[in-house]
Design a protein around this ligand. Sequence first.
Ligand code: TYD
Length: 213
Amino acid sequence: MSTARGYFVSFEGGDGVGKSTHARLLGDWLGEVTGREVVLTREPGGTELGSVLRQAVLHGEDLDPRTEALLYAADRAHHVATVVRPALARGAVVVTDRYLDSSVAYQAGGRELGEGEVEDLSLWATGGLLPDATVLLDLDPVEAAGRLVGAPDRLERAGDAFHRRTREAFLRRAAETPQRWVVVDSAAPREDVQAQIRVDVAARLGLTPEVRA
Ligand code: TYD
């Protein structure tokens, strides 16, 4: 892996699986072991425009699935152009809480749009930028729903069948390209989950064994 640019890591999974906690812990650790700047960010809502889109898509009026897919893609295009690519060009480690695979799992798997179309839309939006490593925190959607606090947003209200399809889509994608994906059972104790993430992400990024010790 080239060291001329940074490292790009995404976290994926259903709602309530602990992505933001593990993204933060991994980002702190990667900063320590690589000595690089760490940019911790998220989708939707990693930019000022993104916050507006996030509010609209999660808490606004009902949306047709295509409108929903376009809003996530617009958020992603702006996020990549203004935050992710500039950070990678500086040599930073970018850790994002959700990226393109969320669109494939939620808008294709969940909303049942075409998987190829949804993926192509995001690839177009981002100029084809894929993460170096993607962590899937896998958890039964019923258990994950029990961990959520506060009033559910539009996506969290989508129903059990929707969330089961989303989980299956993530697992299918991970199985298709194992060289990019790290799949972790999120029901395990938090320290064990984070330890596995560190070892497997370091391997995907080509960090040396000394760094992992
Ligand atoms: P997230 O920020 O993980 O939710 P929370 O802050 O409540 O933990 O994600 C917001 C929701 O948006 C989540 O239900 C997944 C959904 N989503 C999509 O449907 N498609 C996408 O492309 C992305 C990025 C998120």
